[in-house]
Design a protein around this ligand. Structure first.
Ligand code: 5GP
Length: 195
């Protein structure tokens, strides 16, 4: 999951709100990515199975809410969802079909109420800095497994909370202990910008 405030306030790139409007002030989905236990991952596994939005028409309003794109130029989200399906979704060994892939990912987002978890621990998107360890501990205590935390830098070079990784089993629906974490990218205290 990605924090939109941290996607948007970096030095190198700005963000564009989707044509459907400014996303909620909440974590959004980035993607569900089949990974190997050593952290490598396959990509673009089945060119014969391209993104077909007609297969997920019943999910589009949930996607707009929970899986908003912030890339420029402003668009309706289809290119982000298409990229995620074609690069990552086509690689699931359990062969989740498109509808199952997107629905499973949406359900995970609703299962892990990340912003609420942080707020309950006094960690708010208020532009203040928090100890990385307190963020990790709050999430681990709530979900039962240590998350991966990825940071980026704001325009002033401050380390900030960008993405939070969780690991799931092959069905995509049960959380598991992560076999490996993303490479450390955070300072020991990190900013949680508003959005
Ligand atoms: P991935 O990390 O899933 O392999 O690739 C992410 C791709 O999706 C990038 O090419 C990026 O430009 C595009 N993209 C579109 N919208 C978003 C967004 O809101 N967040 C991120 N992280 N990438 C986005």
């Amino acid at each position: 999951m990605q924090w939109p405030g941290s996607y948007c306030d970096t030095k190198d790139s700005s963000c564009c709100y989707p044509t459907t409007g400014k996303p909620a002030s909440d974590f959004g989905i980035h993607g569900l990515w089949p990974n190997n236990n050593d952290g490598t991952y396959p990509s673009n596994c089945d060119p014969s199975n391209p993104y077909d939005e007609s297969k997920i028409s019943d999910l589009i309003s949930r996607m707009q809410q929970d899986w908003p794109t912030l890339a420029c130029p402003s668009n309706n989200g289809s290119s982000f969802w298409s990229h995620e399906w074609e690069k990552h979704g086509t690689c699931s060994e359990s062969e989740l079909d498109q509808h199952t892939y997107f629905e499973t990912t949406l359900n995970l987002k609703n299962q892990i109420l990340l912003l609420q978890i942080l707020e309950s621990a006094g960690i708010q998107a208020d532009g203040n800095s928090y100890n990385l360890s307190s963020i990790q501990t709050a999430i681990e205590n709530a979900v039962g497994y240590a998350p991966g935390i990825e940071c980026n830098s704001d325009a002033g070079g401050n380390s900030q909370l960008y993405q939070v990784y969780f690991c799931v089993g092959p069905s995509g629906s049960n959380l598991i202990k992560c076999p490996v974490f993303p490479t450390a990218s955070c300072a020991s205290t990190i900013k949680f910008p508003s959005f």
